[in-house]
Every structure is written in C-alpha cells, then in structure tokens.
Ligand binder design. Structure first.
Ligand code: C6P
Length: 412
C-alpha cells in the first residue's frame, strides 16, 4: 500500500453538504468531475447578494444596481487574475463550458471558416467539444479530423504530422480528459498548431478547477470552463479569448446590454466583453464564482493539484490490487488529474454505482458524455471516481471496500 496522503480535514469542513449523512453514513462524494460541492463562503456570497444587493446590472443608476454591477464586475476581475488574462475585456461570462464552445463555433468559426476548412479535435473529447463542431459541419461544410487515442489513453502525437496541415484552422482539445484523466501536452499541441497557422482552443473544464492555468504562459487563443466544477454555482461559465480575436468576432446572441446604439435599421455593438453578454446575466452566480475563486486562490492551485495527485497515486495503487479492475487512462499519477475511470469484470458500471451508493459513496457511471471515446475502447460504459480538495484517504479506502463488495455481489 502507498502511504496515505496527508489529510486536509480543514478543507472538508468548509463544505456543509459533506456533513450530510446518506443512509446514516457520512457522505463520500467522489463525483466532482461532474460537479463540485460548494464551500459555505460561496453560499454566503450568493445569499448576501440576494438579501442585500439584488438588482439588475449595467442598467440602473440607483444604489442597488450600482452595488450589483460593482460586485458582478469584481467577479470578472477575479477570473482575469485567476487565469492571468491580459485584460478583463477578454473574460466573457457564459452559462457553462458548453455554451462557451458553442459561442466559439457560431461566432469565431462561422465568421472565419469556409467549406473544406478543417477543425482538428481528438477522440477523447466530451460531447461539448464535438457536437458544436458537428453542427457547424452541417451548416457550412467544414471537415473534422480527430487525433487518435492510444491504448494507454494518451493522444497519439505521431499522428500529428499527417493531421496538421494548412487546411487546419482550429485545434480544439480537452486540456484534461474527463474520462481518462490524461493531462494532455497542450504546450506542444499549441506550438504545433500555431506552426501551421491554426488557432487553438482548450476545453479547460477539467483543468482550470484543479491546477494552475495561465493563458498567457500557454500562448493559447481561446479557453472555456465552468463555474460549477470549481466550487462555484451552476449557471456561470467562462469564455476567454485574445482581445484582438474577440474584437473581430460577431456577437453570438443578440439583445439587451450587448449593443451600443440601436435604431430600427441599424445596430452597433457594445465594447468587449459586453458584446458577448446579451440579456440579464447570471449575476448571483458570477458573484458566487468570484467567492469560489477567492477560496481556491487562498489554498493555492498548486497545493490543490498536489493533494489530488497524492490521492490519485494512493487510489491507483489500491485499485491495482483489485482483480478484474481495468483502468482507463495512463497508469502513473503524475500524468493524470484526480479521477479514476474503470470497468470491473462481470459487474455493470450501474451496479457498481448502486452498490457504492448504498455505502453513501457517490460516483458516476455511464459514458460521461464521451461516447466516441468509449467506442474507441470497445465498451458502452464505465465507472468513474473523481476527487477534489475536500477528499481524504479514508474515502478511497471506503471506495476500494465498496468495489470489492460489488464484485462479491455481481461478478461470477
Ligand atoms: N463534464 C462530467 O461528468 P458543462 O456541462 O457545460 O458545465 O461542461 C461540459 C464539459 C466540457 N468538457 C469537459 C472536459 C467536461 O468534463 C464537461 C463536463 C461532466 O464529466 C458533466 S457531463
């Protein structure tokens, strides 16, 4: 057995829901890749907004509206420094990663790509970074190419020579796979794609919440992520892009707050980032995300990443002792983020999840919105345990006991 990582019990106590009992047992929440739990201060920030400052933003000159606008825009500043964007104008609030990628496809790509241009994706993409491109293919006739995935769950970099040519206008890939846990070599991919003149978008839904991400150091062009996967509320996501690219893009949605002047015949757009924020935004949710960023930043993203890697190493070693457990993704902890996806011979992933739920352990079972990746591995579904800062080694011990129980009950 690996030595258990140091438990950071202070962090677990910050999350009220983790005091809950399920079937009279303490909740063990191992489904953070789907959505994370929220610390008390995020709940407090949102309650305080509704109790003390609730109003629309950018519209009124009364005190409440000014307070709401200040708090909403302060959240944008927090995101700006969290990902080291060079300007707050580059940070667009959306609903989630999915909406951010649809914005990229329907605004930037639709304006800049022609029939026959290529968008390069990979076989490990979440449907959010696949279906918007399939839609665009139907709409304007682009071609999609896919970087293959190796048996160990890495991108097959040798295939890039054949895939990357001047017809590729955009490379859009997951920074971290939500199924394999693989941390992709994005610096290399960005350099290679820029070498043929392509732009690069990172689906950072599973990276920004778990590790330091610096958009300027990465030299990436676009980046998307979701608030609910990083201790923030649902209903708030981020689309980040280089200012010059965003300035040249048409709006995605039209309506209030994204215009400068409207007549019955003409319309001019508001400055960035408001050009991309039509209608009343998710105000309380942005403020909640700001509080989540404060919380994560105080702990430190490198510390969080280190904690998750220690948990992952511990879990990998424990799972290696379980006969019939087939792990998806790289076998070394330092190549992966804090999640383990696997199958158990003779046990359906739904039966694994149901058995664990009886022990108050929450995991995800299914295709995790990555059906092509599951097809690549010849399986319809898998089970996934995913970790965050509030998880501790004893929870992994309980997971392993639960998996052994599922084998006893179902495997034959
Ligand atoms: N993955 C999971 O259980 P939204 O739903 O828009 O907040 O995030 C979409 C998304 C995009 N890319 C990646 C890599 C993701 O992991 C996700 C969300 C969750 O794996 C819910 S399906």
């Amino acid at each position: 057995m690996a030595s258990p990582p140091v438990d950071q019990s202070g962090w677990r106590a910050d999350f009220p829901i983790l005091q809950r009992k399920i079937h009279d047992m303490p909740l063990i929440y191992l489904d953070s890749a789907a959505s994370t739990q929220k610390p008390q201060r995020v709940l407090d920030a949102m309650t305080s907004f509704y109790a003390q400052h609730n109003s629309n933003v950018h519209r009124g000159i009364h005190t409440l509206s000014e307070e709401a606008t200040t708090a909403y825009e302060a959240a944008r500043d927090k995101v700006t420094s969290f990902i080291n964007a060079s300007s707050r104008q580059e940070v667009v609030f959306t609903r989630n990663t999915t909406e951010s990628i649809n914005l990229l496809a329907q605004s930037w790509a639709r304006a800049n790509l022609r029939g026959g241009d290529v968008v390069l994706l990979s076989e490990m993409e979440h449907h959010a970074n696949l279906v918007p491109w399939q839609l665009l293919r139907q709409q304007i006739g682009i071609e999609l190419r896919f970087i293959p995935v190796t048996d160990e769950g890495r991108l097959e970099l040798e295939a890039l020579d054949a895939l990357l040519d001047e017809r590729v206008k955009l490379l859009s890939v997951a920074h971290v796979s939500n199924v394999l846990g693989t941390i992709n070599p994005v610096e290399l991919l960005i350099a290679r794609a820029h070498g043929v003149g392509a732009r690069v978008h990172l689906d950072a839904a599973q990276s920004v919440p778990h590790m330091p991400v610096d958009v300027q150091a990465l030299n990436v062009d676009f980046l998307s992520f979701s608030g609910h996967k990083m201790c923030g509320p649902t209903g708030i996501g981020i689309f980040w892009g280089r200012k010059a690219l965003l300035n040249a893009m048409p709006p995605f949605l039209g309506g209030g707050d994204m215009i400068s002047v409207v007549t019955l015949d003409e319309v001019t757009w508001a400055d960035l980032p408001h050009k991309f924020e039509a209608g009343t935004p998710s105000i309380a949710e942005a403020i909640g995300l700001g509080a989540a960023i404060d919380y994560l930043s105080e702990i430190g993203m490198a510390t969080i990443h280190g904690h998750e890697q220690a948990l992952t190493a511990y879990a990998l070693e424990a799972c290696a002792q379980i006969d019939g457990l087939q792990l998806l993704g790289p076998s070394s902890a330092n190549e992966r983020a804090g999640l383990l996806t696997f199958t158990l011979d003779g046990v359906h992933p739904h039966d694994i999840a149901a058995t664990l739920d009886e022990r108050a352990i929450a995991i995800r079972a299914g295709h995790h919105c990555a059906q092509p990746l599951h097809a690549r591995f010849g399986i319809p579904a898998s089970a996934r345990a995913s970790f965050y800062l509030y998880n501790e080694a004893w929870e992994i011990d309980a997971l392993v006991e639960g998996l052994e129980e599922a084998q006893r009950l179902y495997a034959f």
